[in-house]
Ligand binder design. Structure first.
Ligand SMILES: O=C(O)CCC(=O)C(=O)O
Length: 280
């Protein structure tokens, strides 16, 4: 009888680093067919978003800057296959290792830096965007590389908890004019650059300070970034801050593919925005 079990993808040492320093790195962890699918979907959503900006006759939309930097959020219902990655056994293992037995999809986005003019993104905690006025436990960001990432093409820099003082604290953030970035750290520590091949995942907590550099290369730099929480994250009025799609409950996968529709789970502000566009 064969009694061997597959080695865990997330090792004890990785979990310890995540707990102590707020991040861990899983290199070349995304299967090749998934990576290909994510790259194809990325092209679709980028084209979709560019045409939306053109229709609105704008080049700047919040923190999105046409051809320079994109954050395209919470549209996975518009794809017939994104759920296969978001709710995959791989993401189940990573989320269980970091958040525990109950997991919800909170937010998901493409973060794309344009070739040659890809803009930097300022030091922040993801929780700084949710805000201290909406109290929440640290949630999980999975920064998934669709390209090899380097300091030249605008990789992310992480400030470990022991250097940023972030283990239990959400700092004040102020908005930077022009870029519209929220900035939460003004210190001189440059952070740790993540140099990793395509298909890697950097998992960090929403309290961990991070930033990213400019893309000066001749190719785009593409990231897919799903975020998960251990419980729904709410606005003060009780509505979802973004989404709260059940994924795991008591360590078991409870994701309901048939019930996961745009109408049921997409954020209210996105529903309003897309509905308004259809009327134009
Ligand atoms: O991929 C990047 O450039 C940084 C993304 C990021 O920091 C975020 O979405 O919070």
């Amino acid at each position: 009888m064969n009694t061997t079990t597959a080695a865990p993808l997330v090792t004890e040492a990785m979990k310890q680093q995540y707990r102590d320093e707020g991040y861990m790195i899983l290199e070349r962890i995304i299967p090749a067919d998934m990576l290909q699918m994510l790259r194809e979907e990325c092209s679709y959503f980028l084209g979709y978003y560019d045409s939306e900006m053109d229709m609105r006759r704008t080049k700047v939309d919040g923190i999105n800057h046409r051809s320079k930097r994109y954050f395209i959020s919470n549209r996975y219902h518009l794809s017939p296959r994104m759920w296969e990655f978001i709710f995959s056994p791989l993401m189940a293992e990573i989320t269980q290792a970091t958040l525990g037995p109950d997991v919800y999809l909170f937010n998901e986005q493409w973060v794309i830096k344009g070739a040659e003019q890809g803009m930097k993104f300022a030091w922040h905690q993801d929780s700084g965007y949710v805000g201290r006025q909406n109290p929440h436990k640290p949630y999980l960001t999975c920064w998934c590389t669709l390209d090899d990432v380097s300091e030249q093409n605008g990789t992310v820099y992480v400030l470990p908890h022991s250097r940023g003082g972030t283990r239990q604290t959400i700092f004040d953030h102020t908005q930077e004019p022009g870029s519209n970035d929220l900035i939460g750290y003004q210190g001189s520590d440059p952070g740790l650059p993540i140099i990793a091949p395509a298909g890697s995942i950097v998992a960090f907590t929403s309290y961990t300070f991070h930033r990213s550099g400019a893309n000066t290369t001749s190719r785009m730099r593409r990231i897919y970034l799903p975020q998960y929480s251990g419980e729904p994250i709410l606005n003060k009025d009780g509505s979802n801050w973004a989404m709260a799609v059940p994924f795991m409950k008591d360590g078991k996968r409870v994701y309901d593919r048939a019930g996961d529709t745009f109408d049921r789970h997409a954020p209210a502000n996105l529903k309003r925005r897309l509905a308004a566009q259809q009327q134009n």
